[in-house]
Write a protein that binds this ligand. Structure first.
Ligand SMILES: [Zn+2]
Length: 320
């Protein structure tokens, strides 16, 4: 009698493992970009890329800025690892695995005043995610995972150089004389184009945050916390009531101040998130969340609706 082990037929070679993984991730790429990316994010980036000299300038700038910033972080912040805040380390690994990116390095910086997180990534350097300590303190682990998923989205979508470009503009060339001079040559429409891009990029990455979440509604709770600062010992905020603030916002010209903001007004993000929760794309990533009674919209409709919410000038509702 021949001893037959059925598991002998399973191909466990590393090559086939890599091929399987690539197949999974390629399934989520369309024209080389992730299928969940907000259309305006890519469209505006293409316009920026077409401006003569602008992209190479920022690429050269980041090649000196990023290694220096990394060293500064290592001296002033706490590096997360398997033995240092392992719960954050593990959830970062989960997010990276879901999106199919390499494991980023993650730091917590002592910053209690502002709830924030950001990513530093370029073509040449391994990416870093930075979490403000206020975020770690005031967000539940589920909410924090949506933030880390969002930051992984910036890496997944190659936002790095463009994000640093915006940061450089906001910091007036980081006090480097030649950089300041070059930046002063950028016209107002070009600057506004960068700002419009970075707000569109946030929509893309909120979608990544939802894809990586433990529960699809976690990002709504996290975003509302950004509106009130995550007060300790307070009751949970009412998301329905917060959504109504959009009706106040869109009636006033004061909203135009947002043209110079790096993030869409949070209530716009809440609506854009709700649209994503009703889109086919999300359930391609997370089929286990899908229920038979859902009426889902396609990617084109999703982006059309989100554009209405995110556009500062239009400020319409998705179904109008
Ligand atoms: Zn972001």
């Amino acid at each position: 009698m021949i001893n037959y082990n059925p598991t002998d037929d399973i191909d466990i070679s590393f090559n086939s493992y890599v091929m399987e993984r690539e197949k999974t991730y390629n399934k989520h790429l369309e024209g080389g970009i992730p299928d969940y990316a907000f259309a305006s994010d890519f469209a505006i980036r293409q316009k920026i890329r077409a401006l003569p000299g602008v992209y190479p300038f920022f690429k050269a700038l980041t090649s000196t800025y990023v290694p220096r910033h990394k060293q500064l972080l290592n001296q002033s912040a706490l590096k997360v690892g398997a033995g240092q805040y392992p719960e954050i380390y593990n959830m970062t690994a989960e997010c990276a695995n879901i999106l199919g990116i390499g494991m980023p390095t993650i730091y917590i910086i002592p910053e209690m005043a502002v709830l924030n997180a950001y990513t530093i990534a370029t073509d040449d350097e391994s990416p870093i995610i930075v979490l403000h300590s206020s975020l770690v303190e005031r967000f539940s682990l589920d909410e924090l995972k949506t933030v880390i998923g969002h930051e992984c989205g910036h890496i997944h979508n190659n936002h790095g150089i463009y994000s640093i470009a915006v940061q450089t503009m906001l910091e007036q060339g980081m006090n480097i004389p030649i950089v300041s001079q070059i930046l002063s040559a950028l016209t107002i429409p070009v600057r506004l184009m960068f700002m419009a891009w970075i707000r569109a990029a946030e929509v893309t990455c909120d979608r990544a945050g939802i894809i990586c979440a433990n529960d699809p509604m976690d990002i709504m709770k996290a975003d509302v916390k950004l509106m009130h600062g995550g007060m300790i010992n307070s009751s949970e905020a009412n998301i329905e009531a917060a959504l109504k603030q959009y009706d106040i916002l869109r009636k006033t010209p004061v909203r135009l101040l947002e043209l110079n903001s790096t993030h869409p007004n949070t209530v716009r993000r809440l609506y854009a998130n709700l649209e994503f929760l009703n889109s086919e794309i999300l359930y391609k990533w997370r089929p286990e969340w899908k229920s038979p009674d859902m009426k889902l919209i396609d990617k084109q409709e999703l982006d059309t609706r989100c554009e209405k919410y995110i556009s500062v000038l239009r400020s319409e509702k998705g179904n109008e």
